[in-house]
Design a protein around this ligand. Structure first.
Ligand SMILES: Cc1cc2nc3c(=O)[nH]c(=O)nc-3n(C[C@H](O)[C@H](O)[C@H](O)COP(=O)(O)OP(=O)(O)OC[C@H]3O[C@@H](n4cnc5c(N)ncnc54)[C@H](O)[C@@H]3O)c2cc1C
Length: 406
């Protein structure tokens, strides 16, 4: 293969594509990253992920990204479960019990948009990463020596770009996945989630930076984001038949917020969006020289903040294996191990845990609710049980378990 083409082609400059490019570069492997958005509109993306768990913070730190994110985020050692009907906190978990498991005994509340802004700046500065903005990936082919990606460059012309492997980090609508004929198995929830951003200090009511609020009629999540202006994001379920315009009408959102917390004064709403939640995992993460990572390989409900985190874990796992191939230490079969390890985690950890998280918050049976709440209280009040709970929710267990899979 021609020296300049001896690189990894990465589709998508989301958190997964950029972390992959940065980790590969650290290991001496060149890449080209194709991003359909241009510099001018890259930061206009809708608000999404934001809770970064300890296992992910260790990875950010490894590539020098953490130190750029910490000043832009909120260090959040605590998270709470609440019972909305009773207006009381059920349980509070403190990451401090993980002090012997990780040097990051906290989550970092730092939005996806800040992560990609910082990671993109680092990627552009790295001579081993060729970042191509305003470049839309449209298809690819592969042969015995490598892959050819077809991209529409900023001038609107179609260009063929060669590389040794292609990684789809292009999100849930992955063209690579579709072209490989890989099934995206799972289901889509009928109820969409309404996200409302407000400038209001919820801490005065006892909430911490991350809160999961259970309610048989209207569960919610409440998260704090660093400003300026300081913002809180509240997630609500909606009925499938409700129209987006009606759901996002200012008076309807005020009514919903007052139902959640009656302050008697209108909330300062600074943004809103509505999203559909899928629980799906790709049947395969690899077809020859094409690999899937992040949302193109698996999608899940955001309750528990696991999508971006587990996608970044895919990126690091894959980068290490690709780099070992580059160094001639192993053959391509190591990429099947990537699929075995990361697909197992997607199915057995991320899917199960996020489906369980949603069920827990929306449970209607009073006896089951009581039992769930008692279990949470017991786990939070016993340091051994709390550590076990947090090792799972902080995704430390999933990284350890993946490493054991041959
Ligand atoms: C409301 C909400 C809250 C969430 N909260 C959390 C949370 O707290 N924690 C968590 O871990 N996860 C959370 N998630 C999930 C998280 O946002 C995703 O898992 C994560 O963004 C996936 O990253 P990615 O890099 O795989 O894909 P994406 O973030 O979707 O990035 C894909 C990139 O590829 C580009 N692209 C797409 N198609 C093409 C193409 N054809 N050509 C070139 N470029 C292309 C896109 O423009 C984009 O830049 C949340 C999701 C939602 C909706």
């Amino acid at each position: 293969m021609n020296g300049a083409d001896d690189r990894v082609l990465i589709v998508g400059a989301g958190p997964v594509g950029l972390c992959l490019a940065l980790k590969l570069a650290q290991l001496g492997v060149a890449s080209a990253v194709f991003e359909q958005l241009a510099d001018e509109n890259f930061l206009d993306q809708v608000p999404r992920a934001g809770t970064n768990h300890p296992a992910t913070l260790e990875m950010y730190d490894d590539i020098g990204l953490y130190k750029r994110l910490e000043p832009r985020g909120i260090i959040a050692p605590l998270f709470q479960y609440w019972d909305r009907a009773k207006g009381e906190m059920i349980a509070e978990f403190d990451h401090a019990v993980l002090k012997d498991d990780t040097r990051f005994a906290f989550a970092l509340q730092c939005e996806r948009i800040k992560i990609v802004e910082e990671a993109l700046a680092m990627a552009k500065d790295n001579p081993l990463i060729d970042v191509r903005m305003a470049t839309e990936f449209v298809g690819f082919s592969q042969d015995a020596d490598g892959v050819t990606a077809l991209v529409k460059n900023p001038g609107g012309e179609t260009e063929a770009v060669r590389g040794r492997y292609i990684v789809s980090a292009e999100g849930a609508r992955s063209i690579v996945r579709k072209e490989c004929g890989i099934e995206f198995e799972g289901f889509t929830y009928a109820d969409r989630t309404l996200n409302i951003e407000v400038a209001y200090d919820f801490k005065q009511h006892g909430y911490t930076d991350r809160n999961y609020i259970s309610d048989p009629e209207e569960w919610s999540n409440l998260f704090h984001w660093k400003g300026p202006p300081e913002r809180w994001r509240v997630h609500f379920p909606t009925k499938p038949e409700e129209e987006p315009e009606a759901l996002m009408a200012p008076e309807a959102m005020q009514k919903r917020l007052q139902g959640f917390l009656a302050t008697g004064r209108p909330f300062n709403i600074v943004g809103c969006n509505l999203y559909t939640v899928h629980q799906r995992v790709a049947e395969n993460f690899r077809v020859g020289r094409a690999l899937l990572a992040g949302d193109s390989a698996h999608v899940n409900s955001p309750i528990g903040g696991m999508g971006l985190n587990s996608g970044v874990h895919d990126a690091f796992n894959l980068a290490e294996k690709l780099a070992a191939i580059w160094r001639g230490e192993t053959d391509e079969s190591v990429l099947d191990r990537y699929e075995r390890q990361r697909r197992h985690i997607a199915v057995e950890h991320t899917q199960l845990q996020t489906i369980r998280n949603k069920k827990l918050l929306q449970e209607k049976d009073p006896a089951v609710r009581q039992k769930n709440h008692d279990e949470l209280r017991r786990a939070a009040s016993d340091p051994k049980l709390a550590r076990e709970f947090l090792l799972r929710s902080a995704l430390i267990n999933s990284v350890r378990e993946a490493a054991q899979i041959p």
